[in-house]
Design a protein around this ligand. Structure first.
Ligand code: PEP
Ligand code: MG
Length: 755
C-alpha cells in the first residue's frame, strides 16, 4: 500500500476514535489538531473557522500560542489562510515568509515557523474554514500530504457542522452572506405571488457515515453503485430516443461523464484513504463545487453542473435514498427550488402547499410551466446559482409579477407581499361570488364568456367561474405531457371525460396544434429557421392525415349523443379548411358505418390566426364554416411581424391599437353579415381593458384564461355598451401607436371597473 494511503488510514482511524468518544466539541477539536500534527509530523496544526462577515477565526491549534485561540481573526483573502479560503484551493509554501500574500500575526508566536501547508474546509460547496500545518524548517510538503490534509479536512468539516461550535447560519452551506436578505432576478414563467419556505426538490443527500471499516467493501459498493447508475442512464437514453437531438446529446454527455476515469479515479483514491464510498463521492463533489465558484466560462460551468448532478445520482444509489421532497413532510407553504422539473414531478406535490417554484433553468414553454399555470402557481426561471444562494428552510418570496425572488426577506418586505397575497385572495373570493351572476352589461347586453382549457384540471374552472363553456380546448397539451402519441382509445377516454366534466356546457375542441414553440417530446422534426412560420399545426396534420384522422375519430366516439364542436388551428386559406373538414366528414361517415353512436350535432369551425385568411374570409363564410374563433395571439404576431415569445419586442406593438382593432372589426363585420358566430380566444380576451375594446367593437363571445374570468366579468357588469361602442369606433382611424391610455382614461371617467 502506498505510504500516503497507510498514513491517511491510520490518522483517520484515530480521528474516528476521537469523534466517537466523549467530551465537548472544543475539546474534541483540540484533540483533533494535536492528532493531525502528530500523524503528519508537523510542528503546528491549526483550525480556522469562518464566522459571519467572511472572517476566519483561529478555533484550535497545536503549536501556536493558545492565547491566540478565538482572538486571531483574518478576512477572507488576507494572508495565506485568507487566500486559501478565498480561492478554495490548497496552498503549499516551503518558504511561507517570502510568499506575496504572507501576513505575520505576532500574537500567534508563528515567527519560528518557515513552511505552511493549508487546505480549505468545504461543506456543501462552501468554504467554512481552513486547516493548516506549519513547520520550523522549509519543508517541501508532498502531494500525498496534501491529499491526507484534504481528506482529514472533510472529516473535520463534518465535525464542525455537527458540533454547533458556531451558529448554524454561520456554517450554512449557502455561499456569500447567507444570513442576509437577497434579491435575485429571473424570468417570469408564470405570474403570481408566493410567500413560503424554501424546499429543495431533490434534497441534498446527507452523508452521515464518513469513515470506513473496510476499504475493500467500500470499493465494491462504489463499483455496484456506478454500475446501477450507468444502467439507469442507459435506460433513460433508450426511453428518449425520440427526443430532440439536443436533449439526447446532453444525456450522452452525461453518460460519458459517468465513465470519466478522472472522476471515478479521484473517488477511488479517497476511498483508499479510509473514507466510505459516499464520503468519497461527497468529497470530490465538494472540491469541484468550491472550484466551480471561480470558473467564469459558461460552458465549463455547465459541464461541472453535469458532474454535480451525477454525484448526487451516485449518492442516491449508494445510500438508497432516491426520494424527492414530494414524498417528505412538507411545510404548509412551500417554495420549491429545483434545477428543472418535469410535469409529473410537479404533480407529485400536494398543490395546496405549493406557493411557488424557482428554477435555475426553465423556459416558458416547458411542460411543468403549463401544469403550474393550471395550478395557478407562480414560477420564476433562469435564476442563476439558486442553490448557492438559497438554503433549505430559508423564508422566500416569489414575486412572479416582476420576475424577482426575495430570499430571507426582512419583515417589512415579507409583510408587504403577504398583504399582496391576502388582497389577491380577497379579490378572488369576490370574483368567486360573482360566478352565478351572468355577464350582462348595464344596458342589458349579454356577453358569452367561455374559458380556455387544455388539462383535465382546467375543467374544474368551468364550475368555479360559472363560464358558459370551453371556447378553446387545446388538445395538444395532453400530447405534450406524454412520452408517445396517444392511441385512439386513450384519446376517446380523455375527450369523453372532458365532455362529462363540462356537463351540459359546450366544449370546442381544437385539433392538434403542435410545432412552432410546442414540441412533442417523441416527435423529431428537422430544425427550421423560423419554426413559427414553419411546419406546424394544420400543416403537419394535413401532411400526416393519419394523426388527424385518429384524433377526429376519438372526438366523434367521445361525443356520441351530444354536440361535437371542432376547429382547426393555423388555417391560412379556404383549401386547408376544406381539406380538414372533408376529413371530418369522412370520419363521421366511417364511424356511422361502424355503428358508433353519432354526435347529436356537429359544428366544424376554424381558428382565424393567419392574416391571409382574413382576405379570403367571404369565400370561407360561404363555404359552410359553422363558426370562427380568432386566435389573436398568433394573428397579432403575424400581423405585426412580431414574435409573440420575444420579450425584447413584447411592448413594441399593441393589440389595443388602430390597425389591430380595425382588423378585428373587419373580421367581425364579415362574420356578422354572413351570420356565422365569431369569438376571440387569444390572451387579449382575458384582460379587462382589452375585453372592453372587444365588446365595444361588437364581440359577444370571448374565450379566456380562467383567472381572467372574474376581472372581465366585473368590467362587463360595470359597462354601458352604448357609451363604449361609439368611443371605440372613434379610435380606429387615429394615427396612434396605442390607444391603451385613451381607453383607460375613458373607463375611469365612466366608472368602468378594470380591477
Ligand atoms: C392564439 O394564437 O391566439 C391561440 C389561442 O392559440 P395558441 O395560443 O394556442 O397558439
Ligand atoms: Mg395560435
Amino acid at each position: 500500500m502506498p505510504k500516503g494511503e497507510k498514513d491517511a488510514r491510520r490518522l483517520l482511524g484515530r480521528l474516528r476514535d476521537v469523534m466517537a468518544g466523549g467530551g465537548g466539541a472544543q475539546d474534541r477539536l483540540n484533540r483533533v489538531v494535536t492528532l493531525i500534527a502528530q500523524g503528519l509530523g508537523t510542528d503546528v496544526c491549526s483550525c480556522y473557522v469562518m464566522r459571519a462577515g467572511e472572517v476566519l477565526e483561529l478555533f484550535a491549534t497545536e503549536g501556536l500560542a493558545q492565547d491566540a485561540v478565538h482572538k486571531t481573526r483574518m478576512r477572507v483573502g488576507e494572508g495565506l489562510i485568507g487566500e486559501i479560503a478565498a480561492k478554495a484551493r490548497p496552498l503549499m509554501a516551503a518558504d511561507a515568509w517570502s510568499h506575496p500574500s504572507f501576513s505575520y500575526r505576532p500574537e500567534t508566536g508563528e515567527d519560528v515557523y518557515r513552511s505552511l501547508a493549508g487546505v480549505p474546509l468545504i461543506r456543501g460547496g462552501k468554504v467554512i474554514g481552513v486547516l493548516a500545518v506549519q513547520n520550523r524548517d522549509n519543508r517541501d510538503y508532498q502531494d500525498f500530504e496534501q491529499e491526507i490534509l484534504e481528506t482529514v479536512a472533510m472529516v473535520l468539516s463534518e465535525l464542525l457542522a455537527g458540533a454547533k461550535l458556531v451558529h448554524e447560519h454561520e456554517l450554512s452551506t449557502v455561499a456569500g452572506n447567507a444570513v442576509l436578505p437577497l434579491r435575485l432576478e429571473g424570468a417570469i414563467l408564470n405570474p403570481g405571488i408566493g410567500v413560503g419556505i424554501a424546499v429543495y426538490h431533490q434534497p441534498e443527500v446527507h452523508v452521515t457515515r464518513l469513515l470506513a471499516d473496510d476499504t475493500d467493501s467500500e470499493l465494491a459498493r462504489l463499483r455496484d453503485a456506478l454500475r446501477e447508475m450507468r444502467r439507469s442512464i442507459d435506460s433513460m437514453l433508450a426511453g428518449q430516443r425520440h427526443m430532440p437531438g439536443e436533449y439526447t446529446d446532453v444525456l450522452e454527455t452525461f453518460r460519458m461523464f459517468a465513465e470519466d476515469k478522472g472522476w471515478v479515479g479521484r473517488i477511488t483514491e479517497h476511498i483508499k484513504t479510509g473514507l466510505t464510498a459516499e464520503a468519497a463521492v461527497r468529497k470530490v463533489d465538494d472540491d469541484m463545487r468550491a472550484r466551480m465558484a471561480q470558473i467564469t466560462d459558461a460552458y465549463l460551468r455547465e459541464r461541472l453542473h453535469d458532474l454535480e448532478d451525477l454525484a448526487n445520482r451516485l449518492l442516491r444509489h449508494l445510500t438508497g435514498d432516491g426520494s424527492t421532497a414530494a414524498m417528505s413532510d412538507l411545510p404548509d407553504h412551500v417554495i420549491l427550488i429545483c434545477r428543472s422539473l418535469g410535469p409529473a414531478e410537479l404533480l407529485d406535490y400536494d398543490p395546496s402547499r405549493l406557493r411557488g417554484v424557482i428554477m435555475e433553468e426553465g423556459s416558458p414553454g416547458m411542460h411543468a410551466v403549463i401544469v403550474a399555470k393550471a395550478l395557478d402557481i407562480p414560477v420564476i426561471g433562469q435564476v442563476p446559482s439558486i442553490f448557492q444562494r438559497v438554503a433549505p428552510l430559508d423564508p422566500v418570496v416569489v414575486d412572479g409579477e416582476h420576475g424577482q425572488v426575495f430570499a430571507r426577506p426582512g419583515e417589512d418586505v415579507r409583510g408587504a407581499f403577504l398583504d399582496g397575497v391576502k388582497a389577491r385572495q380577497q379579490r378572488r373570493a369576490y370574483y368567486h361570488a360573482l360566478k352565478d351572476t351572468p355577464p350582462v352589461t348595464k344596458d342589458g347586453k349579454r356577453i358569452k364568456l367561455m374559458i380556455n382549457a387544455g388539462l383535465m384540471m382546467d375543467m374544474g374552472n368551468l364550475k368555479d367561474t360559472g363560464a358558459d363553456g370551453v371556447g378553446l380546448y387545446r388538445t395538444e397539451i395532453p400530447f405534450m405531457a406524454r412520452s408517445s402519441l396517444p392511441s385512439v382509445d386513450s384519446q376517446t377516454q380523455l375527450y369523453g371525460k372532458v365532455l362529462e366534466m363540462a356537463e351540459d356546457k359546450p366544449v370546442t375542441f381544437r385539433t392538434l396544434d403542435v410545432g412552432g414553440d410546442k414540441l412533442l417530446p417523441y416527435w423529431q422534426s428537422a430544425p427550421e429557421d423560423n419554426p413559427a412560420l414553419g411546419w406546424r399545426s394544420i400543416r403537419i396534420t394535413l401532411d400526416r392525415p393519419a394523426i388527424l384522422r385518429a384524433q377526429v375519430r376519438a372526438l366523434i366516439r367521445a361525443s356520441g349523443g351530444r354536440e361535437l364542436r371542432v376547429m382547426f388551428p393555423m388555417v391560412a386559406n379556404v383549401a386547408e379548411y376544406r381539406a380538414a373538414r372533408a376529413l371530418v366528414d369522412m370520419e363521421l361517415a366511417r364511424e356511422a358505418a361502424r355503428g358508433t353512436p353519432p354526435p347529436e350535432r356537429v359544428r366544424v369551425g376554424t381558428m382565424l390566426e393567419v392574416p391571409s385568411l382574413v382576405w379570403q374570409l367571404p369565400a370561407l363564410l360561404k363555404d359552410g364554416v359553422d363558426f370562427v374563433s380568432i386566435g389573436s395571439n398568433d394573428l397579432m404576431q403575424f400581423t405585426f411581424a412580431s414574435d409573440r415569445g420575444n420579450p425584447r419586442i413584447a411592448g413594441r406593438y399593441d393589440p389595443l391599437s388602430p390597425p389591430a382593432l380595425s382588423l378585428l372589426k373587419r373580421i367581425l363585420d364579415l362574420c356578422n353579415i354572413a351570420a356565422v358566430p365569431v369569438s376571440l380566444c387569444g390572451e387579449m380576451a382575458s384582460r379587462p381593458l382589452e375585453a372592453l375594446a372587444l365588446t365595444g367593437l361588437g364581440f359577444r363571445f370571448l374565450s379566456l384564461a380562467a383567472p381572467g374570468m372574474g376581472p372581465v366579468k366585473q368590467m362587463i357588469l360595470s359597462t354601458n355598451l352604448s357609451d363604449v361602442k361609439p368611443y371605440v369606433m372613434s379610435l380606429l382611424d387615429l394615427p396612434d401607436v396605442s390607444v391603451r391610455g385613451k381607453l383607460r382614461a375613458f373607463a375611469k371617467d365612466h366608472g368602468i371597473e378594470l380591477s
